[in-house]
Every structure is written in C-alpha cells, then in structure tokens.
Design a protein around this ligand. Structure first.
Ligand SMILES: [Zn+2]
Length: 371
C-alpha cells in the first residue's frame, strides 16, 4: 500500500484479489448483519488487518455503516457493521402491456418507495412507455432520497444478452428496441433490461420461501415462465427459455401475435380469461371468475404438465393474474396435475416478495455487493 500523496495503482492481480475479498466481506455482511469485524475475519478467513482495510474503504464508499459499539460478554466493545441503508440504491422499472412501475430499494433490498400506474402501450410507439416509465422513475427516486447507482427494467418479451427487447408479441411496435440505452439517456443512470417472468421468478427465489428448483408462471396479457434450477435462473443458451405463453394448448385455436395459433396466452392469458368470465377488468374477474378457472386450469395442465415432465421440477408457482385468482385457481391446477408422479406442489406467488419490480431493483444492489 502506498502511504504517499499520489495513489499508486496496485498491479492487476492484486486488484483482482482485492475486488474478490471486497465481495467476500460485503457478501458476508449482507448475509449476517449486524456483524463485527472479528466475525467477518473469522468467517471469510481473511486477516483482521485486511478486513479492517476493506471495511474502511467500504464505509468511505457508503456501502457499509458502523453501528454504535456494543459490549460483548468478553473483550473490547465492538461496533457491528451493516449495509448502509442510506448508501447506493437500486432502481427497478417495469414496463407492461398496460402499466408502468418504478421502485427503489436500498442496499439491503428493502423497498423504500414503489409505485405502479396504468399506462396503455399496446398500439403505441416505444417512446410512450419509455417516457411514462422515466417520469414515474423520477418521482420515485425523488421520493426515496437515495443515491441511485443504476437501474434494471423488466420487459414483457424476449430480451437478448445486450438488453435489447427483440420481440414482445403484445407490444407489436417494440421489436428490437434498445430500452436500456434509451432509458439511460432519459434517467442519466446505467440501465439493464431483463425479462419480466425471469425477474418474477428471482423475486420468489430471493425473497420468498421456495425450493431450489421451480417454475414460476407470470400471467398478464402475455404469459411467461421463469425457470429456476439448482437455485439459479435458467435462461437458456439464447436467453429465451420459459416462453410458456407460446406453448400450443389448443391446436387450431385462436391466432396468436407470435404467428402461431392456440398458444397458452391466447387461451388462458388475461384477455381470454376476461372473456370467459364476462368480466370487464381484473377486479371483476377476481370477484366472479366463473368458467375462467376451468379454462386456465385445463390449459395450464397441458403447458405446465409438459414443463414439469421435461425439467423434472416439482414445484410450480402461479404469479401475476393467476396469483390474484388465488386458492381457487391453485386447487383447480393442482387437481389437473394430480395424476403426475412424483406429485407436483402447486403454489400461489407470495405477494410479499414484491415481484418482478422489486427483483429488478434488487438485481442492481446485488450486483454492487457481488462486485
Ligand atoms: Zn403465441
């Protein structure tokens, strides 16, 4: 280490080691907070000197904060460390077919401000949805009063590795839209993009109570699935895994915007369920679902039955509009899948996880912590 006035950059290898150690320290504090420096050293296997130097840097960077000293059973009083709730924050955005959402989480992943408003994007050019998301984001960021380190936007379609929305069948004018680039310019912060259904599955994984292997179905106008295997999101080699909404459940059925016919989302997506129930909106559907339950359960039997058999995943989580339909739909889907061996555990998504919007925001702070 240089004690002089001019900082001498450490060689590349040392920088890599330091970055790795920094992530170790931050990761352990995130898991065990509040925690003493001594415990961090013990757990990470780093020397106390190394831990102290890293912790001092992390406090200076606003990532960690030291609580007032507490006296343990023995020894000197220690000042426990925790993630700095006033430090760098993550901004989550969601652009749906008929809504936008924005949420700010602090470093601990706690939601500080979150809003969701109606905004119709079906036949609109991308600027309408991007502008609505950016305006809502500005309000939410101002309300949270935290320094935003970056943002992630949840999009209802195929998002490639570069974050470009390649295709969103229910947003026909959004093909090949570089949403991160356009939102970065509007928000003056780095923005990533991810598929909404993938983020909804991550919300269950990070904040819910699910096993390490499950499929989360996210239903709205479109339907997507997030596949989690061994505690990690499975996106497929092209990032397009989980397009459950375009599995054919009714051959020769209604034409789909993907070019196919009889796809799950045409038969059991929000529009089809509203028609089946004779309902004008989601609230009316939830109040009197009627035949919509059997329609959804019968279609999900085909699509989810195939997914479960292919992946050997035994837990299915119903999210989005399906979660709003609650226990009645859960029972109907469980009954449809009851003949499968081994049995399938059908659950309703936990609303307390905060869904795709919170996961989008949390992905930003998780990236800061893992370095
Ligand atoms: Zn389709």
């Amino acid at each position: 280490m240089s004690g002089g006035l001019v900082a001498v950059p450490a060689p590349a290898g040392q920088q890599t080691v330091r970055r790795h150690n920094r992530a170790l320290v931050l990761g352990y504090v995130a898991e065990a907070e509040p925690v003493s420096r001594a415990r961090v050293a013990e757990h990470t296997g780093l020397t106390r000197g190394t831990v102290s130097s890293l912790v001092d840097d992390l406090i200076a960077a606003g990532m960690l904060t030291e609580l007032s000293a507490v006296r343990g059973a023995t020894g000197r009083p220690a000042s426990p460390l925790q993630l700095n709730r006033s430090g760098p924050a993550g901004l989550g955005l969601e652009i749906g077919v008929e809504h936008v959402g924005a949420s700010v989480v602090d470093l601990s992943g706690t939601v500080r401000v979150s809003r969701r408003v109606a905004s119709d994007h079906r036949d609109q050019p991308p600027d309408v949805g991007l502008g609505a998301a950016a305006r809502l984001a500005a309000d939410v960021v101002a309300g949270a009063g935290l320094p935003v380190a970056g943002a992630c936007v949840a999009l209802p379609g195929l998002v490639d590795a570069a974050g470009v929305l390649r295709r969103a069948p229910n947003l026909p004018r959004w093909d090949d839209v570089d949403a991160p680039e356009r939102l970065s310019a509007l928000l003056a912060t780095p923005v990533r993009a991810a598929n909404e259904a993938d983020l909804a599955a991550l919300a269950e994984l990070w904040f819910g109570d699910v096993p390490a292997d499950f499929v989360h179905v996210s239903a709205d106008v479109g339907i997507g699935a997030g596949i989690v295997l061994g505690g990690a999101l499975f996106r497929g080699p092209g990032g397009c895994a989980g397009e459950l909404g375009h599995v054919v459940v009714e051959p020769g059925g209604p034409a789909c915007s993907c070019g196919g016919a009889g796809c799950l989302e045409r038969v059991a997506g929000l529009d089809a369920l509203l028609r089946a129930a004779g309902a004008s909106d989601v609230e009316a559907l939830v109040a009197h679902p009627g035949p919509a339950l059997a329609v959804a359960a019968g279609s999900l039997r085909i699509a989810l039955g195939a997914a479960v058999s292919l992946l050997d995943v035994r837990t299915v989580v119903l999210g989005g509009v399906y979660a709003r339909l609650g226990e009645d739909l859960r029972e109907a889907v469980a009954a449809e899948l009851a003949t499968m061996t081994p049995p399938v555990d059908v659950r309703i998504a936990d609303p307390a996880t905060g869904g795709a919007l919170r996961a989008a925001a949390a992905s930003v702070v998780r990236a800061l912590i893992s370095g």
